[in-house]
Design a protein. Sequence first.
Length: 145
Amino acid sequence: MLYCIFGTTQYTRIVQLHRKEGGIMNEISAKLLELITSKNISYSDLSELTGIPKSALQRYATGTTDKIPVDRIVKIANALGADPRDILGWGSQDTPLIVRNEELEECINILHERPEMKALFSLSKKATKEQIEQTIKIIEALNKD
């Protein structure tokens, strides 16, 4: 099993370990190369679509690098119309993909910091769309005061 701890040396060590054993990283590189080839897209064009330098894309696809940031795999997959989970070998639709999302992180932090928001969210889970819309209007009216 591959554990991805983003932005830490632990993630890098795990990826390097699998690469030395000829495992996960070579599979990821092979999948990237296959995707790029099947889409008949140049590294230059892919670089323009993703904002990732052409030289980095070449290293990722040929397996000459020990680490590929997951956010870059997501960018490459999106540009090529692929599912990042397939590239990572996680299987597609069955496995949830977690990508850093600042808005989502902010909501989670608010739920942790303010118990009343947690209660509001908990109650709203069973509410209908119309009830939620009414609640939003009430809160907006209260905020105008």
